[in-house]
Ligand binder design. Structure first.
Ligand SMILES: Cc1cc2nc3c(=O)[nH]c(=O)nc-3n(C[C@H](O)[C@H](O)[C@H](O)COP(=O)(O)OP(=O)(O)OC[C@H]3O[C@@H](n4cnc5c(N)ncnc54)[C@H](O)[C@@H]3O)c2cc1C
Length: 492
């Protein structure tokens, strides 16, 4: 049977390894980091266990499909979030709870948005129609060429055209009156690593996925349980995995890739290669393609970089839930400048996840583990992160004040990952957290393809190839690349 070498053990690489080993391929994974999972990773420190990146997922049926496709049941327990999250607006006494149940949501905002249920229904109906008209025809499909993509797009009803020409903000502005509700419905743009003032209105389909379609789910025991269970299955299927092994070059080619070389000069051979490393940056940095030179890569639109802080604290912080957003009072001004600013935000907007609320085993008894995520500019705009302690402290002070709990006084452990750390640890291009942005000219056939342009046996999987970023999309990506390989190698 043919040998497959997967470069990277993110969820994209691991899911592809599951699918291909199940088909009988002899699979080996090479991973730069010392643990599997890529961004879906774990940090253990002083008795606390933190999920390093993702803290929830949507479209969980894609996860079930992954396991079912190899004859297994979903090996983890998922728990739906309701309320989905809470939002602390600067200067308001209490946070607003965001429910998937529109009746409850309407009640929560009845003082400022009288027709919320009716307006949200209209907004979500429209977004839902777009989701259903595109998910199979455009998102879950391989394209052989730009023409093929355009032909598939022509099957999407024309009524959705205005969605392409508008921003997400203008769509929420049309449906809702109050600034708070507009902000809440546009927060999903940040999940794409962008802002609602830049993201096209088509991505209101994410509101549909969170509020009506499948909601948000967390994994019982923490997100990393997913990686642990996949690793067990891969071991049963004899998939070999080598850590601390970074591919830095290739040798020998004549239309096919024969070998890749790691940082110690060791040569790895295979019949088929799959890169789970960023699909654009791999082509530029490892394959030295001119179309993906640093200048070209820098001119592409990348998503915001993560600034993450992991805190273990003594005591319980009662007014935090599993997911919490802390926003200031200059949403547009903030969103317009965070992408390109060369200084750390003075009044940062951030997200806080408290895993210990539902998973007591993640923290010592009577303690809380906090994960803070603040979107910041990538290394193209702010290259020096020597001020990371200062920014973290700034956030900790603000959070302490807003939840009325002195975090510094009760601090047991702290770890900070700034964009330079994310870039170094997992080879995220210039520290961009979600990879290439999802502008119209960077999705579908315009996104780096999942099959190489020159080497017939080199493929790509993960957030920076099709269809895009986020855990469910990455699982779909593994399905798409597997379909390509099956077709190319005549497997029915
Ligand atoms: C802070 C943060 C929070 C997030 N939260 C969520 C969330 O709540 N829900 C959600 O759905 N999504 C979330 N995401 C997005 C999600 O994490 C990603 O879309 C997904 O994990 C990407 O998986 P991947 O397999 O494409 O890539 P990665 O996870 O980046 O994996 C790629 C792997 O390749 C390895 N690698 C790279 N280059 C080489 C090389 N040359 N040689 C060997 N190995 C190499 C890397 O070390 C890495 O392990 C979040 C992302 C971040 C950063």
């Amino acid at each position: 049977m043919k040998s497959v070498l997967i470069i990277g053990s993110g969820l994209g690489g691991l899911s592809t390894a599951l699918r291909l080993s199940n088909l009988g391929f002899d699979v080996t994974i090479l991973e730069k980091h010392q643990t599997p999972g890529g961004r879906l990773n774990i940090i253990e420190q002083d008795g606390f266990r933190f999920d390093m990146g993702p803290s929830f997922m949507s479209m969980t049926y894609e996860l079930e499909e992954l396991f079912n496709s190899i004859g297994e049941k979903l090996p983890i327990e998922l728990e739906e979030l309701e309320p989905l999250y809470q939002v602390f607006f600067e200067g308001q006494d209490k946070p607003r709870l965001i429910y998937k149940d529109l009746k409850k949501l309407a009640k929560e905002f009845e003082d400022i948005e009288p027709n919320l249920e009716e307006n949200a229904k209209k907004y979500l109906d429209k977004a839902g129609q777009f989701f259903n008209d595109t998910i199979d025809k455009v998102v879950k499909t391989n394209f052989d060429s730009k023409l093929d993509y355009i032909l598939k797009l022509t099957r999407v009803p024309l009524k959705h055209l205005p969605y392409l020409q508008k921003t997400m903000w203008s769509e929420v502005e049309k449906h809702f009156k109050s600034n708070e509700v507009r902000i809440i419905f546009s927060l999903v743009a940040f999940f794409l690593g962008s802002t609602p003032f830049q993201t096209p209105a088509i991505y209101s389909l994410l509101n549909y996925t969170e509020m009506r379609h499948n909601g948000y789910w967390k994994v019982k025991g923490g997100m990393y349980r997913l990686v642990e269970e996949i690793m067990k299955l891969l071991s049963k299927k004899n998939v070999k995995i080598f850590f601390n092994t970074e591919i830095v070059g290739i040798s020998n080619n004549n239309g096919r890739l024969y070998e890749v070389i790691d940082q110690n000069g060791k040569i790895w051979k295979a019949d088929i290669f799959i890169s789970n490393a960023d699909a654009a940056a791999f082509r530029g940095q490892i394959l030295k393609r001119k179309n993906f030179s640093e200048k070209k890569l820098d001119s592409m639109h990348w998503t915001l970089a993560p600034f993450t802080v992991y805190l273990g604290v003594k005591g319980k912080i009662n007014n935090l839930l599993h997911h919490n957003y802390f926003l200031g009072n200059n949403f547009k001004g903030y969103a317009d400048t965070i992408f390109t600013s060369s200084i750390s935000p003075q009044k940062p907007y951030y997200y806080v996840n408290v895993l210990s609320k539902s998973e007591p085993s993640c923290a010592p008894e009577g303690c809380e583990n906090l994960f803070i995520l603040c979107p910041v500019p990538d290394l193209r705009f702010k290259n020096n992160w020597d001020d990371k302690e200062e920014l973290a402290n700034n956030i900790i002070q603000d959070l302490s004040k807003r939840v009325n709990f002195d975090i510094n006084k009760n601090l047991i452990t702290k770890k900070i990952l700034a964009p330079d750390d994310w870039a170094k640890t997992l080879n995220l291009y210039k520290g961009s957290g979600l990879g290439l942005a999802h502008d119209i000219n960077q999705v579908g056939a315009f996104r780096p393809k999942n099959k190489d342009e020159y080497f017939s046996n080199l493929y790509y999987v993960g957030a920076s190839t099709t269809p895009g970023t986020g855990l469910p999309m990455v699982i779909i990506s593994s399905k798409l690349v597997t379909e390509r390989i099956k077709k190319d190698y005549g497997i029915i």
